[in-house]
Design a protein around this ligand. Structure first.
Ligand SMILES: [Zn+2]
Length: 825
């Protein structure tokens, strides 16, 4: 998601894109890289800023946003505002993008590949999923029956084993993702259910495949027959580059990477362990971990605790928030029930004047899901045991070896360096906020003990921005009507990357639809579709399809996300299959009086998500599994994070803006005010991120298993928080440091970010480095834009991401720009 910030200091927020469902995600984790059918491309969002002032807040008043599977609603821009039928029914008829004069558009009229169909029925969706699995099973069975490396070692080759498997995977991915997509967008609940069912079928089948010893033996034989095994045995850290691939007798880097990763995924699934007690134990651990992940998330989803407050205790909390709270009867007569859902929690921590109220809410929120405490402990113990069974020193080493960082040491060096650099800034920010608190307490005649507490932060951070940066988010939004802003963004991408976006009219749709029916090529009448092309300088070739589904409706996915619908790849005959990618967002609908207007954080969100969409469209890989955004997780956010910088650049903001009444660009003083808030209390924000990152590393890198058994996880969590953030907790009031169980209140470390939370910070290093090094002086440099497209975006996950980054930067990445941006250089 957009501006990468976490809510401070409640809990890690949001994920953006995503994950099929919690259960599927848990399953996904088991699969590691062997995902035969991943129904949706998994892109995890950088956690987002709590929009300053009223932006998010206004949205939350209108609807009670459901908590995201693994985090908060910060990605959600859902509003419950009613829309007018006249706007909905005509939304795709009014062009979002007037095509440019002087360009012969006729050459872009006939895409060489028809768009996918969205004509699934509840029967066909499930049946198709089963058929895909059966086809793959038949292929694998046939391979096992006919290829006998024990008898004839040379029979197991890349061509005989891996190539047919990838061709099957490529082909399957054209329908599997769409089968899983209906659950997020279909207006028909039967279709949504069928889609969830289809995804479950495909996930379970993928697990079955990932555990097939007979198939592993074939893949392992191919690996040993290739030169790759010998080269990597000599130097296991060697990056797979063109020289190595060639020496191994493989067609290209991507094929070599595929072979190496595919083989390793079986080993990481325990198939490298000898049959018997060890392997059985490993399987048992994995099964239990999967159960824990599901239970942990279910507990979070179903958590429904709350506190009864009197209206006096909630003084300061905006009336429209209070209006949504449950009213008490009987012994709670006259009281209001505050839950720990974000629409209740955040406004209360930001606005409740009574420090005792904030304290209670804060502390009880940290204790809202204590049934997860033993599950968390069990999970880290099982992970540690599993990693040691596989021969790793700890779980972090297991998780990080395939990431950009490669080793826990790299991660720890980075996090510790950042920590020491941020420390002084954090103290300074606390001092300023503490002065504000002192003054406020004096004015309101409240006792003041000289401490700045965790439950003070949102309150005084909000007050500081209101007092010291007078900024009206709604006035800014008037300059960003949705349609003209989208058009402006697409123009930026056209200029930078040499693309052409052609919006499909109803006539176009009917003409290119494989069924001849316009409605069959989208899932809802509101969806805007573009055919995307290379411009003349890039050769006028076809690029793919882009879908924009921008407004909320019942049953639709509630956040902002990019879904890869069909990946691109090289077909058997050597021609290219082109991708289809969708943005699913929840911007407010236009009303009779006003078009949909975007707050600045929504502008950033949209640009960020479009960034994922462009990444997906630009992909030019051989295999579907490495297409577009299918990169390692500590890199996937970097391209979109980099693009966010455009939304903080005055010239770009100006060109994106157009007042909804006057058409005027946003004035300079408003831009200045807006940009001034970018880094307010940034050290504290990043220290909060560091707390999550360092805690995550600490529980996943115990020296011994016994050490982990003895660990008091809650104490560690709270001690680290005080040490890193330097903000005081209940300990300063004499409570033991086991006062809360924050590790049990957010899903990230159980649901996929284990030994990976650092990625939110480290991908910022890469994105800031790329921006400062290449684009800062001229964000519209089209030569560099094209170089970026072809060097970074196009590669997807087809080669080592560090190699990609180095090729683009012309050197190893550096933290310098990142620290400069944070004012720490
Ligand atoms: Zn993202």
């Amino acid at each position: 998601m957009a501006e990468p910030r976490l809510p401070i200091p409640v809990d890690p927020a949001a994920i953006e894109v995503l994950l099929p469902t919690t259960n599927h995600f848990a399953v996904f984790l088991l699969l590691l890289s062997l995902v035969l059918f991943s129904a949706t491309t998994v892109i995890l969002a950088a956690p987002r800023i709590v929009p300053r002032l009223s932006a998010l807040f206004t949205q939350l008043r209108h609807t009670r946003v459901h908590q995201a599977p693994l985090g908060g609603p910060f990605t959600a821009v859902t509003t419950g505002r009613p829309s007018l039928a006249t706007f909905t029914s005509t939304s795709h008829h009014s062009a979002i993008f007037t095509n440019r004069p002087g360009v012969d558009m006729a050459k872009y009229a006939n895409p060489p590949q028809p768009p996918p169909l969205f004509t699934g029925t509840k029967e066909s969706i499930v049946a198709d999923a089963k058929a895909l699995c059966e086809r793959t099973r038949a292929l694998l069975d046939a391979q096992v029956a006919s290829i006998k490396p024990d008898e004839d070692p040379s029979s197991a080759t890349f061509e005989s084993v891996l190539l047919p498997q990838t061709e099957d995977e490529n082909e399957s991915s054209l329908s599997s993702r769409i089968l899983g997509f209906y659950q997020y967008v279909s207006g028909d609940s039967a279709l949504r259910d069928a889609s969830t069912e289809a995804e479950k079928i495909m996930d379970e089948f993928a697990i079955e495949c990932s555990m097939r010893e007979d198939v592993f033996r074939l893949v392992d034989a191919v690996y040993k027959n290739s030169g790759l095994a010998d080269s990597l045995a000599k130097d296991k850290d060697r990056v797979i580059d063109a020289t190595l691939a060639k020496a191994a007798g493989l067609a290209d880097v991507e094929s070599a990477r595929l072979l190496e990763r595919e083989r390793k995924s079986y080993i990481r699934n325990g198939l490298g362990l000898p049959e018997g007690p060890q392997r059985d134990r490993f399987k048992e651990i994995k099964k239990r971990l999967s159960q824990i992940q599901i239970a942990f998330q279910k507990n979070l989803n179903e958590e429904n605790n709350g506190i009864w407050f009197t209206p006096e205790e909630l003084d300061g909390v905006p009336q429209d928030v209070l209006d949504t709270l449950e009213k008490g009867t009987g012994e709670n007569e006259g009281k209001l029930r505050l839950t720990f859902k974000y629409p209740d929690l955040f406004p209360t921590l930001k606005f409740a004047k009574n420090p005792e109220t904030r304290r209670r809410v804060f502390v009880e929120n940290e204790n809202k899901c204590n049934q997860n405490v033993p599950l968390f402990k069990e999970a880290i113990l099982l992970r540690d045991e599993a990693a040691r069974l596989l021969g790793y020193p700890d779980h972090a080493s297991f998780r990080i070896e395939d990431k950009m960082a490669k080793t826990p040491k790299t991660v720890m060096d980075f996090l510790n360096d950042l920590k020491s650099r941020l420390a002084a800034g954090g103290v300074k920010e606390i001092q300023h906020l503490l002065e504000l608190k002192k003054k406020d307490h004096e004015e309101r005649k409240l006792p003041f003990d000289g401490n700045y507490y965790l439950w003070d932060h949102r309150f005084y951070d909000r007050m500081m921005i209101e007092h010291e940066y007078s900024i009206d988010e709604n006035a800014i939004a008037e300059y960003f009507p949705l349609k003209s802003t989208v058009a402006g963004m697409l123009r930026i991408f056209e200029e930078l990357f040499g693309l052409v976006f052609v919006e499909l009219t109803p006539e176009d749709r009917a003409r290119i639809s494989p069924t001849g029916k316009a409605e069959d090529i989208s899932w809802h009448e509101d969806v805007i579709i573009f055919s995307v092309w290379d411009d003349a300088t890039e050769g006028d070739g076809f690029v793919g399809y882009l879908y924009l589904d921008l407004h909320p409706r019942p049953g639709k996915y509630g956040h902002a996300a990019n879904f890869s619908l069909q990946p691109g790849f090289l077909k058997k005959d050597g021609t290219r299959r082109y991708p289809a990618t969708a943005l699913v967002c929840n911007f407010s609908k236009p009303t009779e009086k006003k078009p949909s207007l975007l707050k600045h954080d929504e502008v950033v969100t949209l640009f960020h998500e479009l960034g994922h969409g462009i990444h997906d469209l630009a992909g030019r890989t051989r295999y579907a599994r490495y297409h577009g955004t299918s990169t390692v997780r500590d890199f996937v956010e970097a391209p979109s994070q980099m693009l966010e910088n455009w939304c903080w650049t005055p010239s770009q903001l100006k060109s994106l803006s157009s007042h909804y009444e006057t058409g005027q660009p946003i004035p300079d003083d408003l831009i200045e005010k807006l940009i001034a808030t970018k880094h307010v209390n940034d050290a504290l924000f990043n220290l909060r991120q560091l707390h999550f990152g360092l805690f995550d590393m600490a529980v996943h890198t115990p020296k011994t298993h016994e050490e982990l058994e003895k660990l008091d996880v809650s104490k560690l969590y709270n001690d680290l928080r005080v040490e890193i953030s330097q903000i005081k907790g209940p300990e300063a009031q004499g409570e033991p440091s086991t006062w809360g169980n924050g590790q049990a209140t957010f899903g990230h470390l159980i649901g996929g970010y284990d030994a990976g939370y650092y990625g939110y910070l480290s991908s910022q290093v890469y994105s800031t480095d790329m921006f400062y090094t290449v684009f800062k002086s001229n964000p519209m440099d089209s030569v560099q834009g094209r170089r970026y497209r072809h060097t970074v975006l196009e590669k997807g996950g087809s080669q080592d991401e560090m190699l990609t980054l180095e090729q683009f930067l012309g050197r190893k990445p550096s933290t310098e720009a990142f620290y400069k941006e944070l004012g720490l250089a």
